[in-house]
Design a protein around this ligand. Structure first.
Ligand code: SF4
Ligand code: SF4
Length: 179
């Protein structure tokens, strides 16, 4: 008898909820004429930002790629001849695989990769979801207007190679550990 009463109560609760909704004002948003303002921290389209001096923030460290749970980021690192600064020769995100978890942004040491609230980039062809560096790189600093990685980390100064500065040890030859 107890089970029957529980079942009747569950059905009654369901009908009561449905009945109450009959008298509520419907919430219909006329998208796309009306577009809801997304919170600043909403996670949608990804961009690659620049530092306040206009330089590319990405140093092609691959941390974002390593942390990405669906492996949708790939890149190739290059090194500038004039100052030894690393950059991404190419940088690719497959948005068809991205789950917008934000882990890449969390992992990035230079604040280069950022998720934005822009959610309107549906495509018909799945291959169009593969974004190259030129599609990702923007001309602003995103959420981090002040941050410049190279104000905190050094660049090659031209006064000597690795291990040649005063009191600096020779770089460790990791191959010496190999059998
Ligand atoms: S948001 Fe998540 S799934 Fe998308 S690229 Fe970044 S780490 Fe990968
Ligand atoms: S976007 Fe950030 S984490 Fe990814 S390679 Fe560039 S600097 Fe490293």
């Amino acid at each position: 008898m107890g089970d029957v009463w529980e079942a009747v109560k569950a059905v009654g609760t369901g009908f009561a909820t449905t009945f109450m909704h009959l008298f509520r004002k419907p919430i219909t948003e006329q998208y796309p004429e009306y577009k809801r303002m997304m919170p600043v921290r909403a996670r949608a389209r990804i961009i690659l930002t620049r530092d306040p001096d206009g330089g590319e923030r990405c140093v092609a460290c691959s941390l974002c790629s390593a942390v990405c749970p669906v492996s949708c980021i790939s890149m190739e690192a290059g090194e500038r001849e004039e100052d030894g600064r690393r950059y991404a020769r190419w940088f690719r995100i497959n948005f068809a695989r991205c789950i917008y978890c934000g882990l890449c942004e969390e992992a990035c040491p230079t604040s280069a990769i950022q998720l934005t609230p822009e959610y309107e980039f549906a495509k018909r062809d799945i291959l169009d979801f593969v974004y190259e560096k030129e599609d990702l790189l923007v001309d602003h600093q995103g959420k981090d207007p002040e941050y410049n990685y190279y104000r905190h980390a050094g660049i090659v100064t031209g006064v000597g190679g690795k291990g040649e500065h005063i009191g600096e040890s020779e770089p460790v030859n990791i191959r010496s550990n190999l059998p």
